[in-house]
Every structure is written in structure tokens, then in C-alpha cells.
Design a protein around this ligand. Sequence first.
Ligand code: UN1
Length: 501
Amino acid sequence: MTSTTTELLAALGVPATAFTGGQRTVRSPIDGAVIGAVHDASAADMTAAIANAQQAFLAWRTVPAPKRGELVRLFGEELRANKAALARLVSLEAGKVTSEGEGEVQEMIDICDFAVGLSRQLHGLTIASERPGHRMMEQYLPLGVVGIISAFNFPVAVWAWNSALALVCGDTCVWKPSEKTPLTALATQALFEKAVARYAGAPKWLSQVVLGGAAVGEALVDDARVALVSATGSTRMGRAVGPRVAARFGRCLLELGGNNAIIVTPSADLDLAVRGILFGAYGTAGQRCTTTRRVIAHSSIHDELVARLDRARAQLKIGSPIEPGNLIGPLIDQAAFDAMQAALQAAREQGGEVSGGERALASQYPEAFYAVPALVRMPAQTAIVKHETFAPILYTLKYETLDEAIALQNDVPQGLSSAIFTNDIREAETFVSASGSDCGIANVNIGTSGAEIGGAFGGEKETGGGRESGSDAWKAYMRRTTNTVNYSRELPLAQGVKFDV
Ligand code: UN1
């Protein structure tokens, strides 16, 4: 066990018993070293946690929303005070380069700030009644227990998007983090407990973390007391979770795979486009759901753009994410590297011309999996291009007309993020219009990844349809009631119906 991880966990308030002596070994993707051995919970433990969360909900729902916001404000303070340590742990456990690990914790701080403001703005509506002496209104009330399933690539921020909103909305949370990143989850939970300890009158069990694999996840998904299951991960996972939650008429918020494209038009600023595409495609070693996986470039600029991308790609510094200067950290594990190699092989068979993609630093890190970012010139949008491979592979395609480019961009099963680089207002507006990108996120002159928390985050089609984070995504965490109040001395029926004896 590296002392750094142990020291960080201790500094963040995690007791050593929580990450030693357990049956699940945790390895750092940086060098494959063992950094913890956590204790998996059982399905029965999950069921007990849900019962606790339900009990806490009954108390929390009656606390005024701005007072609930105060707890999230305190949690945001803990995150600010511990940003560097938690970010470092994200780097050690998920392999993110330092600035991206820090960016992830910054997203948590930002969503806390957003949620605190929101705690005074959970507005309903007053609606004109058709009856005299009547008032109709709509209220948003606390929903219940929220189950949060998160993925390794944003091991803590995605939980924060959900929990910060859920807590101000009056809900309680049960979190099943990725099996690959339990340590950052334990650390986040410890920081949350510190905030709770500073808050007078918080019920116990407001937010709990339950570690484990599929059995624990299934117990969460199938429990009728979990009013909302918010799940981030692969489309395969979403296909398992969605129908099970629907079968019990629970609510689901799915944030699944992406296959995000950037269209580059003849008028584009190519310097901007190259920078936007490089970060989008290769940042986080291609392991974001918003990663740019396709470039669709106009034939007049295609060759120049792709040559520039290829040159810049080859210069990206690969190495330990905690050493300054490196931009490409490791893949999460060998399975990810194998999937990358399989995709490159398929791309070759489908006519692709591959640059990069080899294993890197194997002699220095025989038990870790670094890959040279890959660029693949494709003759057409073949089957492999339509498939999301969670690795740094960028496919490039050529187009002649904007309609063709938009059709290519939309012709994949996923619908998360998209972008166009153009200086032509007609092209930009067409791209964000009803006949443009079919994704939940459509940007102009910025890349597909790195969304701010203030907007609603999520996408269409196989991405699952959910929206998290900013805008009015909070409404998914509350139940809406319509109330009609009669303050007259009559009882007129709606629609003019008469029912008098
Ligand atoms: C994810 O990869 O699951 O827009 C989330 C982004 C980040 C969130 C990504 N803010 O890339």
C-alpha cells in the first residue's frame, strides 16, 4: 500500500479499518500498486441502509429547504478546505492528471454553491382556476430516498451533482460507487460526515455509501422505497437498471454512453478547433462520457485539420498523472486497454488507417495500462465508429454538405454531446436548431466535454434521456403536487358539471 494513499485517507477522515483487511483489492491505475482492501457490503446491508435512509427522509422532508441548504453549504466548505487532498486521491485511484482531479472536486464545490442558492428557489406555480373563489397551485415536495450509482471516471463529482440537489430537495441518499473507485467514495463520505457534525439537528443517515458489486446494486435498484435511481455508466448497465426500476414504477435518471462528434466547417478557426478536439478526444485518456470520439470535417479542410491533429496527438505527454506536465494518464485497467485494442483492430478491418494506439510505458509500469492516443482516418462511418469505446480513439470522417455532416453526427445510437466549429452564423444556428444535432448538449466553437454545472447535463437515445446538474434538473428529485383550494361558500364543479340532488 503506498503511504500517500493511506495518509490522504487518514487526513480526509477515513478510518483505516474502512480500507484495510477487506476482500476487495483496490489498485491504482498509475502503477497497479495495491492501495486498499475494502469491505464489500451484502444485499442485506444495502436493504438496511435503505431502511435507514427512509427513516431519515421522514424527518428531513420537514426541515425548511433553506435550512437544508445550510448543510450543503457546510459540505461545500469541507470540499474547499480539502480540495487538494481529495483531488490527489482522485488522481491516485482513477488516474486523472492533477488539474483534472482538481477540476472534478471544483465541480463538486460548484454544484454545492448552485444547490445552496436553489434551496431558496424551489418554486412552484400559481395557476388561474376556472372557478370563482378557487385558487390552483403547484408545489414541489420532497420525493424520498434517492439511489445513486456512479462510474469510475467521475468517481465523486457525479455523486455530488445528484446528492447536493437531492439534499436541498429534502431527499436522502444511498450511494453505490463504482467497484473500481471505493476509496474516493469513502473519503467523500467522511467529508460529508464532517459537515453533518457541524450542523445542528441533522437526522442520522442523510447520505450513506454502500460498497459492493452487482448484488448490492440490484438490491438498490429493486427496492420500492428508493423513489429515484440515478445511474451513470454504460448503456449495458442502463439496459439492466432501467427496466427493473420501471417494473416497480420507480423513477429513473439515466446518464449512459456517448459517441460525441465535432463538425468542423470550412469557415472554422482551425487553431481553436485543434485545441478543442485534442482536449475533447484525449483529455482524461478518452474516459469521459462526453469524450470527442468523432471528427466530421469538410473535405476542403479535412486533410490539413487531420494532419495537425495527428501531429499534436503525437506530442501529448503520456505518464503518471501526478507528475507535472503529463496530460495523458493511464486507462483504468487492462480490460479497458484490451477493449481499445479490439476497437482499433475492428477499425483496421473496416478500412481505417490507424496512427498511435500502442501500449506505452510498459517497462516502467508493467502492471498499469498507458496507451498512445489514437487517431483513425475512416473511409465511412462503419459499425465500430458507432460503438462507444471508452478509450482515447478519435475517428475522422469527411463531408461535403452540412446536411450530410449533421446526418452523420446524428447517425449513432447515442445522443449525449456534440459540437460544431464554424464562423458562419447560418451553420451554427442550423446545428443547434430542431433540424440540427439530436444530442442533449450541442455546442458552438467549444468541444464536447467539460460542461459547466449550471446547465442541465444528459442526452437522448441510448444515453438514457436523464438530465442532471444545473438548470431545472432539480425537478427530477421532487414530486409535483397540484392543489386546488376553494375559499368560496359554493361548490362549483369544473367543466360546468351539475350534480345536485
Ligand atoms: C461523465 O463523463 O460521466 O462535461 C461526466 C464533462 C464533465 C462531466 C462528465 N463535466 O465532461
